[in-house]
Design a protein around this ligand. Sequence first.
Ligand SMILES: [Fe+2]
Ligand SMILES: [Fe+2]
Length: 144
Amino acid sequence: MADIVEMIREDHDLIRRLLRDLQDRPEARDIRYMTLRRELQTHMHAEETTVYRRLASDITDDVAEFLEEHNRMRELIGRLDTTSLEDEAWPRYLADLHDYVDSHFDREEDLLLKRVRDLLSQVERYEMYEQFQMEKGVMAQYTG
Ligand SMILES: [Fe+2]
Ligand SMILES: [Fe+2]
């Protein structure tokens, strides 16, 4: 049965791969940056409206910290958006986002996903998987 834990891990792996590619291969950076941006934004939105919302009363402080980290990631995306791809600072800003995303994902996988497994039944995890997919679809309509 499809499971929210697997879904989030797959998203994380995809986004990690997009970040690595973008750093290692400067060609077609514009298109690949837009893909990364869309995947990351839709991922954050879907997490906030499903897992974070569900666990907010169980692990309140952790969820608040994860939310702050999302907001920091949005700021780092904003900095890339407003910097020309030709600017020599761009790769440095991308590396900052990469580091930040890596540590956020590691923490989620260690802490958040473990709590999801402890607290949610298999049926709930399946329902959350479906809701997560739906939220991603909604968000993708608003993200260029
Ligand atoms: Fe997250
Ligand atoms: Fe995540």
